[in-house]
Ligand binder design. Structure first.
Ligand SMILES: [Zn+2]
Length: 672
């Protein structure tokens, strides 16, 4: 390649233009607006960020110290009396420090701006950066597991399970966040030395292997964007292209687990370990965007569409198998065995954001929004200090499995895990939410997600006031505008039917094109665009091939998936039966559902009937019974027992389930 100078020039332009978002493509027409240009206003996502800062971050720092993640790095730098041992089981435990640092860079930058940096956060940041710098080997290598003197394994000896390049990926992402948000390049120096070692060892002329866990691909592309050094993009490209040719050494899991059964370009459906798959696809989308590789981009769009059409849960969760943490077959979507790892939700959002940057697709953002408010949001407790690893859509009353497949501890969310990949991933993703809301384009500004925020660009600055996702009223007020025609584009979710837009005069029907409302005009400060997006309760069924959901119905309002918890209804949840028409009679109400946390939720009061309990026969005989009376006349006889009573079921947002005593929960109900 010979785009060295072009890339360098472009990278310089990126920073001269103030591109400081977590994802900052050089190619393409959409420039994500970062935390310097997008500030969340008083709304749902801002509330998440406050909880992150006040509860999740201090809790995570404490847990990382308790679990030894930071000590593992510190003892490499200073072995002390030599009696300490590597703590934990996994060679990727450094990444939990890296992911936390990535989030802290955002928090510290914001706190510096308001002059209120919390001491613990700054102390942890400084201490961690210090031990990371000190632990790095002279040749650039860094991994506290393989560097531990008592661990008799050599660096790079086990690419399939060593996770060393996965570690590098998270280190790079933390380093770039620190550089872009804080102007602190200490981690970037460490990350580049390690990345240079990886380039030397695994670059186009090196050992043609890949890491067993994709992640480094998107980090390397971002490092290319940050530095303008093309070898990082070349290495990311090589990792994407090498995979799928039986490159990973197999021991326990099949090639599909590692996305190594077919090249990404030829894969017909997302496969294998869910987090690995979505991280790989996110990185490959970055590669396709920067290289202008339309063939690769088309493959990724096809994989995304297939995933949305056949493999995503209603909540946006990905992965239906606890075994191998795998995605599963098409339409294999059992509610109670949904794995839907919280990290997979984050990975899908990372992929979706990049796909939107490359294509402008509003439909992709619709899916990202579903993931955000459901599969992702459910991963964290209302108090911000407990986590689901897997996110089922049903919990049976006698269920005993602990989240995270661990044998002891809490029945619902847990305060930490032996494999704690999800909690620090929540820390960084929540801290970065504003970096994934809006972009500037040659025409103007695209508002990708509706949420209360102020968005500042040279040509157009606006404030978005809304209680979305709980309410569909959105007011966009122009704060400043250039003397020029500028386009303001706003994504309108596909579930919106009807609705109106008002600019000054009377309201007009909302008529989005490809999911966008685009208003191009000379704006003046004080101009407003008022949207009214109706949010009726929708009843959803499932594709008939989803065997687990045949004859089932679920309720969704706006992007929020509902569920019932046993605490809110006296009738057995398994006996509730709803019709599609019941959605139209649902009452939407703000209710206090968690007194302890003081949480009001938008609840749905939906009319239902309560079935009589079914006979205690697991497999009733349909024909060929010894006597006529014992045979059920038809399948309908089994499924439709007499409805005893009418009731009103209280449904709450799925993301808030599991914050009370353990009990039954359902997203999908019997339909009538
Ligand atoms: Zn995880």
């Amino acid at each position: 390649m010979s785009f060295d100078e072009d890339a360098r020039a472009a990278s310089t332009a990126v920073h001269a233009g103030g591109r400081y978002a977590a994802v900052a493509p050089i190619a393409g027409v959409r420039i994500p607006l970062g935390a310097r240009q997008v500030a969340l206003g008083d709304g749902e996502l801002r509330a998440w960020q406050r909880r992150n800062r006040d509860a999740t971050v201090p809790h995570s720092i404490e847990q990382l110290r308790l679990a030894g993640n930071l000590d593992n790095l510190a003892r490499i730098a200073d072995p002390g009396d030599g009696t300490s041992r590597f703590r934990g089981r996994y060679p990727f435990l450094d990444t939990d420090v890296f992911k936390t640092l990535e989030g802290l860079a955002y928090l510290l930058a914001e706190d510096e701006a308001v002059g209120a940096a919390p001491g613990d956060v700054r102390d942890f940041y400084e201490e961690a950066v210090g031990v990371i710098e000190a632990a790095q080997r002279e040749d650039g290598y860094l991994n506290s597991y393989f560097q531990a003197p008592e661990i008799e394994k050599e660096p790079w000896e086990d690419l399939a399970w060593g996770h060393e390049l996965y570690n590098l990926g998270h280190l790079i992402q933390a380093a770039i966040a620190a550089k872009r948000r804080l102007g602190d390049d200490r981690l970037l120096i460490v990350a580049r030395a390690f990345a240079d070692l990886a380039v030397e060892r695994f670059g186009p002329d090196g050992d043609p292997q890949v890491c067993g866990h994709p992640e480094v691909e998107m980090a390397l592309v971002e490092l290319f964007r940050e530095t303008g050094v093309p070898s990082y993009l070349e290495l990311a490209t090589a990792f994407v292209d090498r995979r799928g040719h039986g490159t990973v050494e197999l021991r326990v899991f099949p090639a599909e687990y590692f996305q190594d059964s077919a090249p990404l370009r030829d894969l017909d459906s997302v496969t294998g370990h869910a987090v690995r798959m979505a991280y790989l696809a996110a990185g490959a989308t970055d590669v396709a965007l920067e290289r202008g590789d339309q063939e690769l981009l088309a493959s990724l769009q096809r994989l995304w569409d297939d995933m949305v059409e056949t493999k995503l849960y209603l909540t946006g969760g990905l992965g239906s198998r606890h075994s191998d943490e795998a995605i599963g077959d098409r339409y294999e979507l059992p509610s109670e065995r949904s794995y839907s790892e919280t990290c997979a939700a984050i990975a899908v959002m990372q992929w979706g954001w990049r796909l939107y940057l490359a294509t402008g697709s509003a439909a992709v953002l619709d899916t990202v929004e579903t993931v955000l408010y459901n599969a992702y949001a459910a991963g964290l407790s209302a108090d911000g200090m407990a986590f689901f690893y897997d996110n089922p859509l049903q919990r049976r009353p006698d269920h005993l499995q602990r989240s995270g497949a661990e044998a002891d501890g809490e029945l619902l969310r847990r305060s930490w895990f032996g494999c704690p990949c999800c909690p620090p991933n929540i820390v960084r993703w929540t801290a970065e939410l504003q970096d994934h809301l809006a972009t500037s384009t040659p025409a103007g500004v695209e508002v990708a997600h509706l949420t209360a925020a102020s968005i500042t660009t040279e040509r157009l600055s606006v404030t978005v006031d809304t209680a979305y996702p709980w309410d569909g009223a959105v007011i966009v007020t122009v704060d400043t505008a250039a003397d020029d025609e500028v386009e303001l584009a706003i994504r309108i979710p596909a579930w919106v039917v009807g609705g109106s837009i008002r600019m000054g005069g009377s309201a007009a029907p909302l008529e989005p094109v490809d999911g966008w409302i685009r208003v191009r005009r000379w704006w003046r400060a004080g101009d407003t665009v008022e949207l009214d997006l109706p949010m009726p309760v929708r009843a959803h069924g499932a594709h008939p091939s989803v065997d687990a959901l045949r004859g089932s119905i679920a309720f969704v309002r706006g992007p929020i998936v509902s569920c019932a918890e046993q605490q809110d209804t006296t009738a057995d949840l398994d006996l509730l039966r709803f019709s599609g028409a019941d959605a139209g009679r649902a009452v939407v109400e703000h209710r206090r559902i968690l007194d302890r946390e003081g949480i009001d939720a938008v609840t749905l009061l939906v009319p239902a009937t309560v079935d009589a309990p079914a006979p205690a026969v697991l497999y009733p005989v349909l024909s060929g019974a010894p006597d006529a009376e014992s045979a059920a006349a038809s399948l309908a006889d089994i499924e439709t027992t007499a409805s005893l009573t009418q009731t009103t079921a209280t449904l709450i947002p799925y993301a808030l389930w599991g914050n009370r005593e353990p009990g039954a929960m359902r997203v999908w109900f019997r339909a009538r």
